[in-house]
Design a protein around this ligand. Structure first.
Ligand SMILES: [Zn+2]
Length: 594
């Protein structure tokens, strides 16, 4: 069987330097940023308003209408999840601002406007053969908070498929947009050294990043805390950033081998990207943002694998995340597709299973392409790759995509036609006698359910999926965003008023609960009691004991058993809550700090 080749596109370009493309502040603004100290305001944290403006009115209308739709959806995403302290005034162009960004001239009419927003992103559309899909970076920052207030984004239409019917393409374009905007929010190399504690306005005690063997490691406190628990590596000092891919990709992104399909790694893989707490905690570590009510995606990659994983990756042939025999086919690590063992630009010497584009189980359009044989397959958001095949005739395949569901106890069931098969344990499925073939339940079947992130119908071209929940575009609700709704949206329902203990976000018509990792609150931006393992600091819950905690090399606060017990909680919370020692130690340290 011939499969389509796998093709990954870098978010950033590879040979940027050749093209005189620098993805950085001008020398002047960079120097000034380096000298400035943050001056934090007493203002409340409010939802992040992003305003988009096209740099020119001459772009092809097909492109602008599609990209506008994408950008409107992602602005709902950011408004829904991120909070900022707003500035005292609207964003206006000051004399001192550069008149062009990354080589793009800003039209006078755009400079004359006042923008009632927290971030203005100028958008360029290009059609170039340069090997990147999009890029984005901050260009102007607020001189008090140091937070970026103007950014520039460029879309390369050459690698952006404008397909209004394909859910997977739509989702991947949303992911690209969110990824790029996160750079625009200040997740760029120039900014690393400027991150600060938003509660005190001071620098974190340890440097925000360091270099070792020419590789960059981010070491901001919430990120490190989360990572230590996630990997079960208590002496983890820094999160390795990408060292491949060239300028613009390396240093700016999480290392592929460490975080695999995290949104903020340097290229887009076939398969779904995850927005995990690595990204959310880093956003909070900038000092510019707080997180409102959220549930990040859950990853299995490297989870609980210890410092050995973080330090050596594939080098000792120890971990099933990687594969060790080139060109061997199998189901991918997360069983979301049929794959082949290969290296890629960002994988260095390691190899992992890369999904064939037309064998990605979660793309329902692959069903059509694979219909020719009589082998039974199912493609869709609720599909999983299994070893073996089943067919009414004597026809066999090594791997197939099959429908699955998880019952309320997170037990895995495989569904073939009207039949349901128990896969709560690994081993062969008893297929009916009148079928040919064999099918195997996966190893560790509970993980399929525990780390499930997919949404019904992949949010049906009307929403963005994060941890099993669709964030729907304006005017839609329902579990897969297919219901027209002119009221407020809350957990798939369309309501006239927000339910008790939730708070309305009028602009995007969403009801949300307490801020991230908070147990009870008086508003969406004012926590009064945090979930265990988190600490209340000025109305928000931090996973850390800033500063001093990072110096303490006491391994006790990492619980050995950090398997998630429920699919909709995030790992840090689970770990610490099962260990009262940790909790106590945290409180003591916390008190020492104040
Ligand atoms: Zn990027």
């Amino acid at each position: 069987m011939k499969y389509l080749l796998i093709f990954t596109i870098l978010f950033y370009c590879i040979d940027c330097q050749k093209q005189q493309f620098t993805y950085r502040f001008s020398d002047g603004s960079k120097r000034k940023l380096e000298e400035l100290k943050p001056n934090i305001s007493e203002k409340e944290w409010e939802p992040l308003r992003i305003h988009f403006e096209y740099l020119s009115s001459n772009y092809n209308e097909n492109y602008t209408s599609y990209i506008t739709e994408i950008l409107e959806m992602v602005s709902i995403f950011f408004y829904r999840f991120l909070l900022v302290k707003r500035m005292n005034e609207k964003i206006t162009f000051k004399e001192s601002y550069p008149k062009q960004f990354y080589g793009f001239q800003i039209m006078q009419s755009l400079m004359d406007q006042q923008y009632d927003a927290d971030l203005v992103i100028f958008v360029n559309i290009e059609n170039s053969t340069k090997f990147y899909k999009a890029y984005c970076g901050p260009t102007v920052y607020d001189e008090l908070s140091l937070r970026p207030i103007i950014a520039l984004m460029s879309w390369n239409i050459n690698y952006t498929k404008i397909d209004k019917t394909n859910k997977i393409i739509y989702e991947s374009n949303l992911e690209s947009a969110i990824h790029e905007i996160i750079h625009g929010l200040g997740i760029t190399y120039d900014y690393f050294s400027k991150y600060y504690d938003s509660v005190t306005g001071k620098n974190y005690e340890n440097p925000n990043f360091y270099k070792q063997n020419n590789i960059t490691y981010l070491s901001t406190p919430r990120l490190i805390n989360f990572a230590r628990i996630y990997f079960n590596c208590s002496n983890l000092k820094g999160i390795q950033m990408e060292d491949n891919g060239g300028p613009g990709t390396s240093d700016f992104h999480f290392e592929r081998l460490l975080l695999y399909n995290e949104l903020m790694t340097g290229s887009q893989l076939t398969g779904n990207l995850l927005i995990t707490d690595f990204t959310f905690q880093l956003l909070q570590d900038t000092g510019f943002y707080r997180i409102s009510d959220y549930k990040p995606d859950q990853s299995q990659w490297g989870r609980n694998k210890g410092c050995e994983f973080v330090e050596n990756y594939c080098n000792n042939n120890n971990f099933t995340e990687f594969c060790y025999q080139k060109n061997i086919e199998s189901c991918s690590y997360e069983r979301t597709g049929q794959s082949i063992c290969m290296q890629e630009i960002l994988s260095g010497q390691c190899m992992y299973q890369q999904i064939y584009t037309d064998q990605f189980c979660k793309n329902d359009q692959n069903q059509v392409q694979n219909q020719s044989s009589q082998i039974i397959t199912y493609y869709g958001s609720d599909s999983i790759c299994l070893d073996g095949s089943i067919s009414p005739i004597e026809s066999y395949q090594k791997f197939t995509c099959q429908k699955f569901k998880c019952d309320i106890n997170n037990k895995l069931k495989i569904i073939i036609g009207d039949l349901e098969f128990d896969c709560s344990q690994s081993g062969p499925i008893q297929i009916p006698n009148d079928f040919f073939g064999n099918l195997e339940c996966p190893n560790n079947p509970e993980n399929v359910c525990l780390f499930r992130n997919d949404c019904p119908n992949s949010c049906g071209l009307k929403g963005f999926c994060i941890n099993k929940q669709c964030i729907c575009s304006k005017g839609y609700s329902g579990l897969d965003c297919q219901q027209i709704c002119d009221g407020y949206r809350y957990q798939g329902s369309c309501l006239q008023n927000c339910p008790n203990l939730t708070y309305p976000l009028d602009l995007i018509k969403y009801c949300i609960g307490c801020p991230g990792n908070c147990l009870s609150c008086s508003n969406y931006n004012q926590c009064t009691k945090c979930k265990s393992g988190y600490f209340l600091r000025e109305g928000f819950c931090d996973n850390l004991l800033l500063d001093k905690e990072l110096d303490s090399q006491n391994p006790e606060y990492i619980n050995e058993n950090n398997n998630p017990q429920s699919s909709d909680t995030n790992s840090a919370e689970i770990v610490i809550s099962t260990n009262s020692n940790i909790f106590l130690m945290c409180i003591i340290l916390f008190m020492l700090l104040y």
